[in-house]
Design a protein around this ligand. Structure first.
Ligand code: NAD
Length: 254
């Protein structure tokens, strides 16, 4: 891809979790197009393999790996495999997440724990495994997918609590690991058309309400996250750490 050299990722190596679908898929394809070698990771191996094949067919470097981010052993295996396959780890894109909306007064403890395990603990496990490697090898870039639901009230209790946690986890790790040249940033998408939002968007009144809340007057597409992803994974963001880049068409302005 022709582009400014600050955004070039030739020779860079890393992984994207939740890369079989939606934002993660678009981000993995975008990073590979910018020259990166990408481990395409998802709990659903078949979708990860499809994305890896697409990257390879476009002349890029990719491998597919099945990872449940809620499992420490699988997350550690993901970091190990990326390092083994591509001889290093320059970026770690912790994007996988789940969403289940239940009224707070009806939410079971089990549902609370299950979602928190993925949306917050999973991101922590990925940050820790990738961060340990980066600390020992001269640094790197960690990018977490948070959400505007970590900032405003527009979604489920567990999801929103987890995403607020991801934003602050990002800030704490950025502060602690800056001396190791480990950058930690996150971004917060607004309303984006993916498999996660599809069941909600089937209701026209929900889509209308999302549009009403969005000053740019369109819902986001997964490709809207590619530019922010390239910025945060590349040298273009070399003086940026601990930040939450909001990519929401202006929803959180009002
Ligand atoms: N779509 C939106 O409007 C929106 C808005 C804000 C934030 N986000 C966040 O963006 C990220 C990606 O969501 P999306 O919209 O692309 O959804 P998606 O459902 O299209 O993709 C999520 C992917 O994560 C994978 N996944 C789920 N649980 C996993 C686990 N335990 N381990 C590994 N992989 C797992 C799924 O298999 C799927 O491929 C999520 O963190 C989500 O919370 C999405």
């Amino acid at each position: 891809m022709a582009g400014h050299e600050l955004f070039a990722l030739a020779g860079k190596r890393g992984y994207v979790t939740g890369a079989g679908s939606g934002l993660g898929r678009a981000i993995a394809l975008g990073l590979a197009e910018a020259g990166a070698a990408v481990v395409v990771s998802d709990i659903n191996l078949a979708t990860a393999e499809e994305v890896a094949r697409t990257i390879q067919a476009n002349g890029g470097l990719a491998r597919a790996v099945r990872t449940d981010i809620a499992r420490k052993d699988e997350v550690e295996a993901l970091v190990r495999t990326t390092v083994e396959q591509f001889d290093g780890l320059d970026f770690a894109f912790n994007n996988a997440g789940m969403l289940k909306i239940v009224k707070p007064e009806e939410l079971s403890e089990e549902d609370w724990r299950t979602e928190l395990d993925v949306d917050l603990t999973g991101v922590f496990l990925c940050c820790q495994a990738a961060g340990r490697h980066m600390i020992a090898h001269g640094g790197g870039k960690i990018i977490n997918t948070a959400s505007i639901s970590g900032l405003v009230v527009n979604s489920g209790l567990t999801y929103s609590s987890a995403k607020a946690g991801v934003i602050q986890l990002t800030r704490v790790l950025a502060y602690r690991w800056a001396k190791h040249k480990v950058y930690v940033n996150c971004f917060s998408p607004g309303y984006i058309r993916t498999n996660m939002t599809a069941p909600h968007l089937q209701r026209p009144e929900v889509e209308q309400e999302m549009l009403r809340q969005t000053p740019l007057r369109r819902l986001g597409e997964a490709r809207d996250l590619v530019g922010p992803a390239l910025f945060l994974a590349s040298a273009a963001s070399d003086y940026v750490t601990g930040q939450n880049l909001i990519v929401d068409g202006g929803v959180t302005l009002a």
